[in-house]
Structure formats: C-alpha cells, structure tokens
Design a protein around this ligand. Structure first.
Ligand SMILES: Cc1cc2nc3c(=O)[nH]c(=O)nc-3n(C[C@H](O)[C@H](O)[C@H](O)COP(=O)(O)O)c2cc1C
Length: 381
C-alpha cells in the first residue's frame, strides 16, 4: 500500500504539486516542448478525441492488467521512460524512479543523460533495468553499450529523434543549463522555492555521471549531451551494427511512421517505441496514438510501446486497445518525482494502475489481454 497524499487524486494534481516545489526554470525544463508547444497539446487532444465503447452485462468481478512484454510478465503495462537530468527534480532522481519501478515490478529506462551512472543505478536498484542510448559519437556509444551490458541491463533503447536539439523556447528564455547559471533571477527563483533549494544545497549540482568514469570522461561529449547535439550521421547501417553488438532486447524510440517501424524490424530490432518525445523535439509531428494502429498493422511480430501524452489509466486502456503492448510514462512519473521523490513516483504508478483497473471494469473488459479496437471510437466532431 503506497502513501496517499491529501488533495492529490490525479497526475494533474501531481503536476501542480511539482510546479509549486520546483523553481520555474526547472519546472519549465520538465514541462516544456518544442516550437510553439502545439505538439505536446496535440498529444493530449488525440487521447481526448478517443472515446471508450463499453460492453454491458459482462462479468468483471475479477480483473487483470498484467501483460507480457519482451518475454517477461509484468503486473501492469507500464514502463518508466528515459529522462535526462532527473537529479534536478529530486536528489538521486534516477534511483528514486528505478526503485519505484522495481517495487511495482515494471521496467525503468535509464537515460544516457542520467545524473547517476549506469553502474550506480544497477548496484542500488532491483528490477528490470533498460538503458537508453544517445549517440554523441560512435566510440562513446560503444563504451556505454558495453557498460550497460556488463551491469546487467536487459534492454537497449536507441533514441532516434534527436539528430539535433529541438527548439525549446522556455529553456532558451530561462537560460536553463547544467551547471545552473548564477544570476539574480536564478537566485530569486531558487530562494522562492526553499524546499527544492534546501535539497539542492545538501546534494550539490547534478552531473552527467555516465561521462565521469576514467574511460568516458569527456567534457566535449558532456556538453554535447546537454545541448542534445548528437551524431547526426547515425543511420540504418549503424542500427545494424548496434544490433550485432547488443545481445539483449533492442528497441528503437522516436518512430512515428509505418515505413520506419517496418524497417526497424527488418534491421533486427525487437520492437519500436512510438514516440514524438512528448512534443519536445518538433511540434509538427503526428500525435502518437493517431499513428499507432497503422504501425501495429505494419510492424507485425514487433513489440510496440507508445509514449507521449499518457496521463491517466483511460489513456493506457485506449493505447492498449489500439494495439500497443505497453506504454511509457514520461512527464507523469516526473511530476510524482518532483513533488515527493520515490514515494511520489510509486503513488503515480499506483494511481494509474487503479485508474486502469476502474476503466476496465467500467467498459466491461476483464483483462488488458482482452482489449481490442472495438473498445475505442472517435468522438464525433
Ligand atoms: C524532462 C524530460 C527529459 C527527457 N529526456 C529524455 C532522454 O534523455 N532520452 C530520451 O530518449 N527521451 C527523453 N525524454 C522523452 C521521454 O522519454 C518520453 O518520450 C516523453 O516524456 C513522453 O511524453 P510525455 O512526457 O508526454 O509522457 C525526456 C522527457 C522529459 C519530459
């Protein structure tokens, strides 16, 4: 039983609690999206345009939301998405997310841009760990992949939608950077959020820990990751090489077209993550739930995970009914982390599981495995 917090009933309540605790600059980094931010709004609108079609008089006295994902049975169709700079939200944020995921029995994906190293997280967290790769340059990628393998990570995610950095006006206006820049505005922002400031002063400036080991210490690469300036020449042949180097499961993240999804399968990926990075890279991309059914039809046999816009259990049910094998939680789990650390993340996971269970009961479906497209339709406009 996880802690319930007064006044908090939904992920959007956690969003508000996170907004109150974090300095504006840090909340804007968590929340912000690319360009005019319309991509992030379309992600939500696409879920809202879908409605559920209940089946009445079916026996839903027992309900089941466990699913099989990449040959493992997990208690809910949820994965914690890779997110960078988690210690800006809560001290040892990567570990807090990993532990909450481990307790819930769901996978946690560590970002290349994490503030704890691949090895530190593996040492202190139980559960199924995945590693997300940003390719800054090929040799560094090789070393990160072999470290993740040695540390026991089961699944590698290659993120493909960051050839260059998205244009995020909030971060540019705020001068968001690690290390945090000293300015009168930043000092006032910190001072007006004393709970965050205190934990920051006690724990020090977040660092990109994957780059501070002897063999990977490289300030140019750290700066490139912070600017999300990747090796823009990385292409399909490199994916093939990565497939040869990584013996575990391989997922390609950032896929929004049927052609790319089919090609990922052809090049040996075990699955794709249908994602537009939560609208943080390019506003004018499709909402993921809109392209999901076609991708599911084309990428037969592949594992399909969806993210970008998941905030409720009803969203989870819609995505699974349209053919996803699981969803990933991005900002949703970060709101919990920023508000209350590990217990906040656990509470968000439990909340979404409760909402999923209630939604299943109310649409007359006994199990996630029994969902299909007939449970969803488009709202009339
Ligand atoms: C603060 C933040 C940092 C992120 N960092 C990464 C990252 O390092 N690597 C990556 O592949 N995706 C990253 N993402 C994207 C998430 O993995 C995920 O695709 C996205 O958050 C899903 O959208 P949602 O937040 O609307 O659920 C980040 C997202 C956020 C909000």
């Amino acid at each position: 039983m996880t802690t319930a917090f007064p006044g908090i009933f939904s992920v959007s309540d956690y969003r508000e609690a996170a907004r109150r605790r974090l300095p504006k600059t840090v909340f804007d980094y968590l929340e912000g999206a690319a360009d005019d931010e319309s991509g992030m709004m379309h992600n939500r609108a696409a879920f809202e345009q879908l409605q559920l079609r209940p089946r009445r008089l079916s026996d839903v006295s027992r309900r089941e939301q466990s699913v099989s994902l990449l040959d493992r049975r997990i208690p809910a169709p949820l994965v914690i998405a890779p997110t960078g700079l988690n210690s800006a939200f809560w001290p040892k944020g990567d570990l807090a997310l990993a532990r909450a995921a481990g307790k819930a029995g769901i996978p946690f994906a560590l970002s290349t841009a994490s503030n704890m190293s691949i090895e530190e997280v593996a040492q202190d967290a139980d559960g199924d760990l995945w590693f997300q790769l940003y390719v800054v340059h090929r040799n560094l990628a090789k070393s990160l992949v072999s470290r993740a393998r040695a540390a026991g990570y089961s699944t590698l995610i290659l993120t493909t939608d960051v050839a260059v950095n998205g244009f995020r006006k909030r971060d540019l206006r705020n001068g968001f950077a690690i290390p945090f820049k000293a300015s009168t505005r930043a000092a006032l922002d910190g001072l007006s959020h004393p709970r965050w400031l205190w934990s920051y002063l006690m724990n020090g400036m977040p660092e990109l820990k994957n780059f501070s080991t002897d063999d990977a210490s490289d300030t140019a690469s750290q700066a490139a990751v912070l600017r999300r300036q990747m090796d823009a020449s990385f292409s399909w042949d490199d994916l093939r090489r990565l497939r040869d180097e990584w013996p575990g499961k391989l997922l390609v993240k950032g896929i929004v077209t049927t052609e790319d999804a089919a090609r990922c399968v052809e090049f040996g990926a075990d699955g794709v993550i249908v994602s537009n990075h939560g609208g943080r890279q390019l506003a004018d991309l499709p909402a993921t739930v809109d392209v999901l059914p076609d991708i599911v039809d084309k990428a037969t046999g592949a594992t399909i995970i969806l993210d970008s816009g998941i905030r409720t259990g009803a969203d989870v049910v819609k995505a699974l009914a349209l053919g996803a094998d699981s969803v990933m939680l991005g900002r949703a789990s970060l709101y919990g982390l920023a508000a209350r650390g590990e217990v906040g993340v656990s509470d968000v996971i439990e909340m979404i599981k409760r909402e999923t269970d209630r939604t299943l009961a109310l649409i007359g479906c006994r199990a996630i495995d029994e969902l299909d497209r007939s449970y969803v339709s488009r709202r009339p406009t």
